[in-house]
Design a protein around this ligand. Structure first.
Ligand code: ZN
Length: 340
């Protein structure tokens, strides 16, 4: 009897030691991460401020506390409550400190989720939440003609580029790929090839019906194709290693090829308001986005803010076609780069 008790106690002790060891390893890893990432990887500056993810002003309210507890109950939230389930998963995986450079304004999540969790999140939660966007909504290939965001993005491209010369288009994080479909439609060239990276499984038959080739779920992957144009809209802020991502983009482009980027703009009001952070890893300003691409051999052809400001949004305005225009404090950055 005493031998069995001894074995049980020893097993519990070993489990405790092992748990404590992994706890220490995780803490040491976090501290090392903080110590080794004191320099802004966009501009090299060492001055920064730190803000809390999901709670920029650090004020507690009943609503904030309730949202903070959501991850604990995620398993019990039914799939029918899409928005709340996604919020709970986002809160579980994306948290901690965001470090914001005081010179270029770039911010990044100091302790991001690992690649397995990111894959799981985008595959399962991200598009599940957006399951209201059904592929039947895009049937008969008409929606790209009325997608105001796609129209505004391609208008910018047309100002700086002869679109008739574009023959191979890649859209990363494409969803319905409306901007690429619009571009192909405007050039009226059936030889234009459209390629996408997109993890949302719901789009696969839609891509087949619209003659779009899906390369893989996630960028980058092995491919020998070179492109004349890469389109990214609200994708770059979800990537973990910004330098590596831009380098991979560059590797896929012919000289003179263009990259369009739209990301949220965190320069104005973003850190000064109680704004609900969406699960992002990178937080851009116009300055930081341009510097990040110039560092890797791109010319910036245009970069500016569009849409209403976060302050306007906080005061009840919603972004729509009428207020998606150029605006000094707008909360979207749209930029076009050319590979040298
Ligand atoms: Zn910086």
């Amino acid at each position: 009897m005493s031998t069995i008790l001894f074995i049980k106690i020893r097993a519990k002790f070993c489990a405790f030691v092992q748990g404590f060891f992994y706890f220490c390893v995780r803490k040491i890893h976090y501290v090392l991460l903080i110590c080794t990432s004191m320099t802004c990887f966009v501009c090299g500056n060492k001055k920064y401020k730190e803000v809390n993810y999901n709670n920029h002003l650090n004020k507690k309210s009943l609503k904030a506390i309730a949202k903070g507890l959501l991850p604990l109950f995620e398993k019990f939230i039914p799939r029918s409550m899409n928005n709340i389930k996604k919020l709970a998963l986002g809160r579980r995986y994306f948290h901690g400190t965001i470090r914001v450079c005081e010179i270029c304004g770039h911010g990044y999540l100091v302790n991001p989720p690992n690649s397995c969790i990111l894959t799981k999140y985008y595959k399962e939660a991200y598009w599940f939440h957006r399951s209201d966007i059904k592929q039947t909504d895009f049937a008969k290939n008409i929606n790209f003609l009325s997608d105001y965001r796609a129209k505004q993005q391609i208008e910018i491209l047309k100002k700086f580029c002869d679109i008739s010369k574009i023959k191979k288009i890649l859209e990363i994080g494409a969803g319905p790929a409306n901007a690429s479909l619009l571009l192909r439609h405007l050039t009226a060239d059936s030889n234009i090839n459209l390629f996408v990276y997109e993890p949302g499984a719901q789009w696969e038959s839609y891509y087949g019906a619209n003659n779009i080739v899906k390369i893989a779920d996630y960028f980058p992957s092995e491919t020998s194709i070179k492109f004349d144009y890469i389109h990214t809209s609200h994708w770059l802020e979800h990537t973990n290693n910004l330098d590596k991502t831009i380098l991979e983009i560059s590797n896929l482009l012919n000289t003179g090829a263009k990259v369009f980027v739209e990301v949220p703009n965190e320069e104005f009001y973003y850190w000064d308001l109680q704004i609900e952070d969406t699960p992002h890893l990178q937080f851009f300003t116009v300055k930081s986005l341009v510097m990040a691409f110039e560092k890797h051999g791109f010319n910036c052809l245009t970069s500016a803010n569009y849409g209403i400001s976060y302050l306007d949004r906080k005061n009840g305005q919603t972004p729509n076609e009428d207020n998606g225009n150029l605006s000094p404090n707008g909360f979207w950055i749209r930029a076009l780069f050319e590979k040298k």
